[in-house]
Design a protein around this ligand. Sequence first.
Ligand SMILES: Cc1ncc(COP(=O)(O)O)c(C=O)c1O
Length: 412
Amino acid sequence: MPVTHTLEADVLRRQDPELAEILLGELDRQSTTLQLIAAENFTSPAVLSALGSPLANKYAEGYPGARHHGGCEIVDVAERLAVDRAKALFGAEHANVQSHSGSSAVLAAYAALLRPGDTVLALGLPYGGHLTHGSPANFSGRWFDFVGYGVDAETGLIDYDQVRTLARTHRPKAIVCGSIAYPRHIDYALFREVADEVGAYLIADAAHPIGLVAGGAAPSPVPYADVVCATTHKVLRGPRGGMILCGAELAERVDRAVFPFTQGGAQMNTIAAKAVAFGEAATPAFTSYAHQVVANARVLAAGLAAEGLVVTTGGTDTHLITADPAPLGVDGRTARGRLAAAGMVLDCCALPHGDARGLRLGTAAVTTQGMGEEEMAGIAALLAGVLRGETESQKARDQVRELTGRFQPYTG
Ligand SMILES: Cc1ncc(COP(=O)(O)O)c(C=O)c1O
């Protein structure tokens, strides 16, 4: 395990014991509590090795073969490998792997296709849109004129009729599909049809489902969207970072939008780690993993529903579940705090109806640890017991410790 391996080697501990303790403390937290945050995962030791490699030292502004710095001949090979693997994995004509994060990828997509003041149609933030989909606190809401579509208050499903009506009324320059909390597959073909009807670009922000797409467990936006933005660190299980996929005709605009328009030097250690993750994601083992992530989420969602939580959309197609704990007598924020005390780490999220906060959970990390349907059923029961006040916090914490003890994220 690279983290302890480094510490075992004692380099960091000897030089900076204070920081070494922090790293070990975080490793212990990750290993002894349940990571149910839908956006998190455990990268492989190989990905961590690439991240902590001397490639972190290299400055490499520009693109392979056209850098503003000398000495890039080796990192050029790493970036070409990452690009080739991403293109092959997703069947895309072009891939840019330099975005520092998912938000940077979205910023670059807008920079490639839009001008300040353009109208953009995206899922409204109260329904699960990301900050980059028009929040007034974000560059997107400040620089573009966002119109928000929603989800049906009853079903929680995207209101595709509203998407079409708003597109016809506002004639946006781009339509964004993608969410931080939508548990169902998105109908990319329908979004394409609406975009074509009004002459808009279609941007898929597939930060969440892209790992499932890689593993063949979710439909791909690549054949439909002009530009696909993604993160590499969620189900995809790579390093924290972003990625953009597009057709050959937009390749140059997208590349220029990343560097030099919105970013400086690429982080070559992260790009190498992305290459490692893309290599892993192309294996049959990852295909099994992606399908297990969904199977686990379905069991977890069904278990939560059976315990009385209101599961949005009645279930999930993905790794992600959102649920209202109100029938158990707690609101989302109180529930998150109580569960954290019991060692179950998850997020709050908006709910399709009203102002109440719900819970957002995901199965990417626990599935990487090797947990299956049986463990998911147990987690649903434990979670509900804690929320109802039937299972005392310390007792639940002990059960979580026992469970995580049997499914360590890093071993050996
Ligand atoms: C849909 C969507 N877009 C963009 C992002 C931003 O990614 P990052 O936090 O890497 O900037 C996220 C992250 O959760 C996301 O879910």
